[in-house]
Design a protein around this ligand. Structure first.
Ligand code: AMP
Ligand code: MG
Length: 346
């Protein structure tokens, strides 16, 4: 699976850089630098322009790797690991960890628990973080769900306390949040134009060096290719779906990595993928996961009640629902002409 992610990442990056390469001859000549590495269980490619871009990218890489060290669920040195093995005791955490947890709790509340940062006991039972995938028994899941519930997480300043048996998983918000932090680092280094691909999560700083919008490929849930292109600057584009990480049992039944916190089973609804476009990566990341859990109708209802983001929802029945604020900027790839497109209005 990791190999697939890497190939996909390189493919996506190739498309994106291919787009920018076309414009380089027209715009001012800015030095382009790139860096690729593995972190947060995915492949990451960062690209920035300007004379200080190379050093800025190194610092952004260090930032992302530093956050991975704090938030990994499997690294015994990480803060999340310590919280998850605290046996009900209070744990002191860094400012960044307290910040992301506060954000995850706020989004859990806002999405009525569709985003569930304490889902780890269930994710772990399915083996999604250990590569030993298995289908747990119904009774096992019912027992584990007793340890799931964001309302039971205590966070005050820099200390976190869970009830015994509870465990956190920041996998649904970590990459988006890390993207925001990486953009902050680049800005501090004076970079005004950059494109970050964090395992397919796209974060863009400014415009392309020639002042034009970036052309961002939206991931398709069907063949792992590009569904369409959106013209954007200064924002993030993040997609969630159960096509991303999954396994099949001996009967060929597919189980995806995004869990319905009500049942403990992988989400099974009318949606194939959810793409969120917003100014911040952390918001995109939290909402792409949460709206995927909600299903089409509730996701649309959520968008209508909440400002500050746009969405592209793809259904298993080949429908593409696009919110009014992004429709004009989106061009569907010819290969997906067969999808039925619906505009979603307020
Ligand atoms: P994403 O790729 O951002 O949609 O996040 C999916 C990851 O978040 C999974 O691999 C799990 O580690 C974790 N996760 C799964 N289901 C949920 C959920 N309902 N709420 C929060 N995190 C989840
Ligand atoms: Mg997410």
């Amino acid at each position: 699976m990791r190999k697939n992610i890497i190939i996909y990442g390189v493919f996506l990056f190739f498309i994106l850089t291919g787009v920018t390469a076309c414009t380089k001859s027209q715009g001012p000549i800015e030095k382009e630098s790139q860096i690729s590495f593995l972190a947060m269980d995915t492949s990451i490619s960062l690209m920035a322009y300007g004379k200080d871009a190379e050093i800025a990218l190194k610092k952004a890489q260090e930032q992302i790797q530093g956050l991975e060290k704090r938030w990994s669920v499997t690294d015994e040195e990480s803060e999340i690991y310590k919280i998850n093995h605290s046996d009900g005791k209070e744990v002191e955490v860094s400012k960044e960890t307290a910040e992301i947890l506060a954000f995850a709790l706020q989004m859990a509340k806002q999405t009525e628990g569709a985003l569930e940062p304490s889902i780890y006991p269930v994710v772990s039972a399915w083996g999604f973080t250990t590569e030993e995938k298995r289908v747990p028994l119904k009774e096992e899941l019912a027992d584990l769900l007793m340890y799931v519930g964001y309302k039971k997480i205590q966070l005050s300043d820099n200390s976190v306390q869970l009830e015994k048996g509870m465990q956190l998983d920041l996998g649904a918000v970590g990459k988006g949040y890390a993207g925001d932090k990486a953009v902050e680092v680049l800005k501090k280094c004076g970079i005004t134009s950059a494109l970050l691909d964090i395992g397919g999560n796209i974060q863009i700083l400014g415009t392309k060096p020639d002042g034009e919008n970036w052309n961002i490929g939206v991931r398709s849930p069907f063949y792992g290719d590009i569904l369409g292109i959106i013209e954007l600057s200064d924002c993030a584009v993040i997609t969630s779906g159960n096509y991303e990480r999954y396994f099949a049992d001996k009967d060929g039944i597919i189980y995806g990595h995004i869990i319905n916190p009500q049942t403990g089973y992988p989400v099974e609804n009318d949606l194939a993928s959810v793409t969120i476009i917003a100014s911040q990566g952390k918001q995109c990341d939290a909402l792409s996961t949460a709206l995927f859990v909600m299903g089409l109708d509730k996701a649309i209802e959520y968008w209508r009640k909440n400002d500050g983001f746009e969405a592209i929802l793809v259904t298993k029945e080949q429908g593409l629902y696009i919110t009014e604020g992004i429709k004009e900027k989106f061009t569907l790839k010819q290969a997906y002409d067969y999808l039925k497109v619906y505009e979603v209005n307020r």
